[in-house]
Design a binder for this molecule. Structure first.
Ligand SMILES: CCCCCCCCCCCCCCCC(=O)SCCNC(=O)CCNC(=O)[C@H](O)C(C)(C)COP(=O)(O)OP(=O)(O)OC[C@H]1O[C@@H](n2cnc3c(N)ncnc32)[C@H](O)[C@@H]1OP(=O)(O)O
Length: 134
């Protein structure tokens, strides 16, 4: 079994975004385009990272990306995020995408990646992530 195979079929982290995959997001084969999925993952991760960072963040890296299964048009996609590691200015965030396919009635993980966000100030310079409260 490799790192990406599903040992535990339960989403990890907090629900950050839900969206329906529409026909306009397909590639030439009629499957949902991976690049669109990546940009939605970035939006979900940015929303959660900016909460952790207490303000503006920038995506500095995307690591360990895996597309596990194709996404069908009409699938209800749920994006889950989990902060894995918080450094001085950086936040490593696992982003998982789960699909509820109305045709097959299947609920499964379709992709995951670790995004690295960096807390920045209004001038685009790094700033420390504030200490967590509580
Ligand atoms: C079919 C599939 C097709 C898919 C393909 C289609 C794509 C389809 C669209 C997708 C869409 C994607 C999503 C785009 C999302 C945006 O567009 S966001 C905008 C793009 N990002 C940017 O513009 C950021 C540009 N970078 C910067 O401005 C500077 O790098 C930053 C962020 C100010 C950081 O500056 P720096 O000099 O690197 O700072 P430095 O102090 O060295 O590092 C800061 C921290 O980052 C960490 N760090 C820096 N670099 C890295 C790295 N590479 N790795 C890990 N950590 C790092 C450092 O370790 C440090 O951590 P701490 O110790 O402070 O915790």
């Amino acid at each position: 079994m490799n790192d990406y195979e599903q040992e535990d079929p339960i989403p990890q982290g907090d629900l950050a975004l839900q969206i329906t995959a529409l026909p306009r997001e397909t590639n030439g084969f009629g499957d949902i385009y991976g690049g669109w999925l990546v940009s939605q993952m970035d939006l979900a991760g940015t929303a959660m990272a900016s909460k952790v960072a207490g303000g503006r963040v920038a995506t500095v890296a995307i690591d360990r990306m895996a597309f596990l299964v194709p996404v069908s048009v009409g699938a209800q996609l749920s994006f889950y995020t989990q902060a894995l590691e918080i450094g001085r200015s950086s936040i490593q965030m696992m982003v998982e995408v789960w699909s509820d396919d109305p045709l097959s009635n299947e609920w499964r993980k379709v992709t995951e990646a670790v995004f690295v966000f960096v807390a920045i100030d209004g001038s685009g310079r790094t700033r420390p992530v504030p200490p967590r409260r509580g």
